[in-house]
Write a protein that binds this ligand. Structure first.
Ligand code: ASP
Length: 332
């Protein structure tokens, strides 16, 4: 049986052309995109394709697009060995993180890829990224949501975009890469898990959330306004999880937790993790109901929160699940 792969086109630089009128890059169609890669015909795979209704620059992505993508995977799941999602790089780490939570009991590879230069352009990085992603999706070595970019395969919910310029645009700072590509695809980290249960797709994420990044001089009233507006907040704190030891901030966070707000403390640093109680300045987050995010990325923290808030769980259960490693999103 030939391996069957479904390419899901969502937009992004990989499939863009320059619009003459506006002189900006805009998405074009998957068939036009694939016609630029005759190499695909040389594979003994069946490569089908589809796309979301309106391909977009990934800066425009929202929960409805995630619902659309996960719906395609759910509908086509049984027919294919793996899925390759063509996606813009700007929010790829958010989509990969979101899908890792939305696709429960995933037993097949879902590989997101894109490029820094459009596929039709002379020095494009798109062909390599797409062709290798297809090979990985056929490999039977991976059953997770991953990002493949510039010779490296990353665990999706540990990845962040770190570079707007280099072809090497992503990193997974606190998790080893899953495979490195040279002459061969060298799978480094055996992350294949035996999954016996059926796939469950959670399509509707909640957007009742916000991210607050602390900075010296941030007004407590602004933090208060945001906390009052939404149910769940990811706070990007300093270093190992610190914040100003302003009494007003401590009181505010305690009050908000009492009012059933869900708060996760993550670090602004790329490497390392939140350690509660290391410094006196970790005091604002010492309330036991504030979740210590450890080394979770902001992308994974916010999408995990969006996922859990959509499940109609009690607040206690949401906090319990946030502390639990659901899809390998943090280091235990
Ligand atoms: N703005 C583009 C996008 O994210 C950038 C890219 O694809 O690299 O869709």
């Amino acid at each position: 049986m030939k391996p069957k792969i479904l390419l899901i086109y969502t937009g992004g630089t990989i499939g863009m052309i320059r619009d003459k009128e506006s002189d900006t890059l805009v998405p074009f169609t998957i068939s036009a995109l694939l016609s630029t890669i005759p190499e695909l015909k040389t594979y003994d795979y069946i490569i089908d394709h589809t796309s979301i209704l309106k391909p977009i620059d990934s800066s425009n992505i929202d929960v409805s697009n995630w619902a659309e993508i996960s719906n395609i995977i759910e509908q086509q799941y049984k027919k294919y060995n793996g899925f390759v999602i063509l996606h813009g790089t700007d929010t790829m780490a958010y989509t990969a993180s979101a899908l890792s939570f939305m696709l429960e009991n995933l037993a097949k590879p879902v590989i997101l890829t894109g490029s820094q230069i459009p596929i039709g352009a002379r020095r494009t990085d798109a062909k390599d990224n797409l062709i290798t992603s297809i090979e990985i999706a056929c490999s039977n070595k991976i059953n997770d949501v991953c990002i493949y970019f510039e010779n490296k395969l990353y665990k999706g919910n540990r990845t962040i975009k770190t570079n707007t310029e280099d072809f090497d645009a992503f990193e997974s700072p606190n998790y080893p890469i899953l495979a490195e590509v040279g002459r061969n695809i060298n799978y480094r980290n055996n992350s294949f898990k035996k999954i016996k249960k059926d796939l469950i797709v959670h399509k509707k994420l909640s957007d009742n959330v916000a991210i607050i990044k602390l900075f010296p001089g941030i007004k407590i009233q602004i933090i208060e306004k945001i906390l009052k507006t939404v149910k769940g907040v990811v706070i990007e704190s300093y270093g190992a999880g610190n914040a100003p030891t302003d009494r007003k901030l401590i009181n505010l966070l305690n009050k908000m937790v009492e009012q059933n707000k869900i708060i996760i403390n993550v670090t602004q640093c790329m490497y390392g993790k939140v350690i509660s109680g290391e410094y006196a300045t970790s005091k604002p987050f010492s309330n036991k109901d504030i979740i210590i995010g450890k080394d979770i990325t902001t992308e994974a923290a916010i999408t995990k929160l969006m996922f859990l808030l959509s499940l109609n769980l009690s607040d206690e259960e949401i906090k319990k699940q946030l502390r639990k490693n659901l899809r390998g999103e943090f280091t235990d």
